[in-house]
Design a binder for this molecule. Sequence first.
Ligand SMILES: C[S@@+](CC[C@H](N)C(=O)[O-])C[C@H]1O[C@@H](n2cnc3c(N)ncnc32)[C@H](O)[C@@H]1O
Length: 506
Amino acid sequence: MDWKHGYFAEKGYTFGYYAETMPIRLRWAGLIQGHACPFTGFRYLDAGCGQGLNLIMAAVAHPDSEFVGIDFLPEHIAHARALALSCGVKNVTFIEGDFVELAADPRVLGEFDYAVCHGITTWIAPEVKSALFNLIGKVLRPGGLFYNSYNTFPGWLGTVPFQHLVLLEQRGRTGEKALDAARESCKVLGECAPGMFNALPALESRMKALENQDPAYLVQEYNNHFWQPVFVSQMIDDLANSKLNYLGTATLPEAYDNLLPKPVLDLLDRQGDAIVREQLRDYASNQSFRRDLYVKGRRQPWPGELATLIGDFRVGVSLLEARPAAGEPYAIRCGTGETKGERKFYDAIMDRAGAGADGATIHDLINRRKDPRDRGGVLQAVSMLLYGGWLVPLLDVNGAMGAAVNRHLAAAVTSGAPYRYVSLPRFGGAAPMRDTDWFMLDCRCRGVPAKDWLVSVNAALRRLNRGILKDGQPVDSDEERDRILAKGIEEFCAVRLKQIECAGGA
Ligand SMILES: C[S@@+](CC[C@H](N)C(=O)[O-])C[C@H]1O[C@@H](n2cnc3c(N)ncnc32)[C@H](O)[C@@H]1O
């Protein structure tokens, strides 16, 4: 086998950002599930870091810590290094390396407090997977936290025939052509001989979703020979062999069993075995993608210490997520459906967290409750508000690196780069951006006077041969486009730019 070990490496991956992998969010997820990770001067490993944007977003939020990304695709490492260098991010190192080779001599990497694998472990050959688990098990410090997100059953069961066809079509064809051929065949079959589709209703919705997904994601999702979703119980057993023991979830609503329907909760409660419980939970939600946390030796603080660590955690209000309409609950989509956060209770937390630039600590939020038993309710509400995007974690950090990253990204997007996330260092991560938001941020960074932004944004659109959409349709008239853009500039300055500035990103 060649250096790829059967991995699909025909095309570079997307320039993604994954909030759950950010250290501040890992810390919160760890704390509410009883594990404390170090939070200053730590070392963080991203194994299979892809284009490196996600790791850079993490690094700028923690200038006193050290970040290392590994990937075997030279194209990814070339991009990641160039980006870090142009943005002046010095606390990140990108290594062109193969999990199998590194597992033979893991000590060259040193030790880490956090290790992250986003979208890796169910796309690689079995021998690569065991080398990777070995590597993580060796380089993680005792007490370290491992984040592992992956495809799982039962959610992916219905898609197996489609992925199999993509692989068959790949004989003698490029990845994208194979995907297209498999889609075309499934379309014909769905219309004329729908037996398989009737038996696997999820297949149809998965095929529909393909229409709007980034081709760079699709080929690495479906064209991998070793694409193999697993049951959670298999993953937990596998990792235990490398001293990595299941702690819980990084998908915050999934940490709260009380959100499950009562009969399911009763079913789980009757189940004595923790792994069977976890498996049943996935059956209940038809889980297809898990974000798991594992520990190499749990760092379980004493109860008083844990309460202090949780109490000191600080949150603020995001400007990007409007509160629900009057009288409506905070609706959050998760596992088994939608959960509704009680309006008055959640509003009280939002009011307190939004009262000043420094937000509120969990101590502040708990101390305002009359009944001390509300503590659990406050923690759950904060988790849900963080997950829903209404709250953001707050860090005491100088945003200089984030501002430099954003300046560079804005200029790059204005000359055609595909970046979609802006660094928000004080909030410990990033937020999505549209092209036109970047063009406006670029104006702000270059000191273009406000009255000239519209001309500048229009010029960028023309130069890149892009238009704008209204209700999903292209806007053809110049006046209409100017009206929409002028309104967009107003909104950008009132909300998104304000958020970027509050977060130290500009
Ligand atoms: C689906 S991508 C995910 C990338 C990144 N974590 C993200 O989510 O944007 C999987 C990554 O694993 C890398 N990879 C696969 N096999 C590898 C190996 N044996 N050694 C190092 N990197 C590998 C690929 O190059 C690719 O960047």
